[in-house]
Design a protein around this ligand. Sequence first.
Ligand code: SAH
Ligand code: MG
Length: 219
Amino acid sequence: MTPTENTGDYISSLFGPEDEALRQSRAEAQRAGLPDIAIDPAEGPLLQILARMVNAQKIVEIGTLGGYSGVWLARALPENGRLYTLEASPKHASVARTTFERAKVTDRVTIIEGPALDNLPSLLPQGPFDMVFIDADKPSYPAYLTWACEALRPGGIVAAHNALRGGRVLRPETETDRAMAEFNQLLAQEPRLQSTIIDMGDGLAVGVKKTANHSRANP
Ligand code: SAH
Ligand code: MG
């Protein structure tokens, strides 16, 4: 085993080492000049565990970038499962297409190009969904959450990346920090979900959609 630099490396080296396709996805994104903002390798298995816990067949990802997190998610799906991943940038979507081909998951992945808010309404009839992973423009997170609450089945899970912004949600410095702090507050108050933030990587906010029975017993 190679020596590890930090706890994230330690966790991913134990529980989810990257294979060739995932390593190449990073390299390809770098070559194409994409921003270096994909999930950490240690967060990949976390997304997969969440997907498997809800026996996910249908997942929506908002914010594809080069397809790195998409590969982790697609690999947690059964053969007949589907990942719908939404991306505004044609350049990012094109890198993602290559990544998905290399990882041999194209049969399970649909890339939807364009601003997510334009395309989410027409995706609704493909649901209900088992999992929604939000990882795009932070000011739109509240709108994505509203959509997710409607689109998820009871028992389904919403996960939102960068919930802690390197700790800056405690004392927001930028508009983006502030947007995330406001989103977290909104999530905490959303009665249809039970939520928390997993303090791993840059923070993963998670909420599970309550069933009617849960809501009656424990409002
Ligand atoms: N989930 C990816 C990282 C996503 S980075 C991973 O971990 O591998 C955020 C992505 O959201 C960027 O590619 C950006 O182009 C995209 N994005 C930003 N605003 C968007 C919008 N309104 N609709 C769809 N995608 C958007
Ligand atoms: Mg992110």
